[in-house]
Ligand binder design. Structure first.
Ligand SMILES: Nc1nc2c(c(=O)[nH]1)N=C([C@H](O)[C@H](O)COP(=O)(O)OP(=O)(O)OP(=O)(O)O)CN2
Ligand SMILES: [Zn+2]
Length: 141
């Protein structure tokens, strides 16, 4: 019986954003997001941890070759978000507020689309700052 292992790859990207919901008035946006609603925006150095869960192949000894995971992360995260303004440069965030929760969901959905075996994806964890951390495992209520 193959053993189950968890494989995590860490990547960092820098991006600007502004918290502003199309579902709220300007006054409600300011009330809700305060300084993070500033029209000039602000930036973060995001740290992302992508974790896969799966059987360790008895043949090659891997859950997935990390070289393949690097390619997925480059395509899903780095090429689309690094050194970008999330709200202006990433079409997904035109109508979706760029909270870290939604950034995690965006990364999750992008990886699921790209990966050859999407069932391996277990968790996306984002450190927006050292103190603000979001974890998404694809769950729906
Ligand atoms: N649930 C969420 N709440 C908030 C988010 C978010 O993504 N999800 N984001 C923000 C702001 O964008 C911003 O990230 C907050 O930054 P800041 O308050 O400066 O960060 P810290 O908490 O690390 O800094 P302190 O100096 O300790 O306040 C707001 N809310
Ligand atoms: Zn922010």
């Amino acid at each position: 019986m193959p053993r189950i292992a968890y494989l995590t790859r860490v990547e960092k990207f820098s991006a600007a954003h502004r918290l502003h919901s199309p579902h709220l008035s300007d006054a409600e946006n300011l009330e809700t997001y305060s300084k993070c609603n500033n029209p000039n925006g602000h930036g973060h150095n995001y740290r992302v941890e992508v974790t896969l869960r799966g059987p360790v192949s008895p043949t090659d000894g891997m859950v997935l070759n990390i070289n393949d995971l690097k390619v997925y992360i480059k395509e899903a995260i780095m090429d689309t978000m690094d050194h970008k303004h999330l709200d202006k440069d990433v079409p997904y965030f035109k109508d979706v507020v760029s909270t870290t929760e939604n950034v995690a969901i965006y990364i999750w959905d992008s990886l699921k689309r790209i990966m050859q075996n999407p069932a391996l994806l277990y968790e996306v964890k984002i450190f927006e700052t050292d103190k603000n951390i979001i974890l998404y495992r694809g769950e729906e209520s």
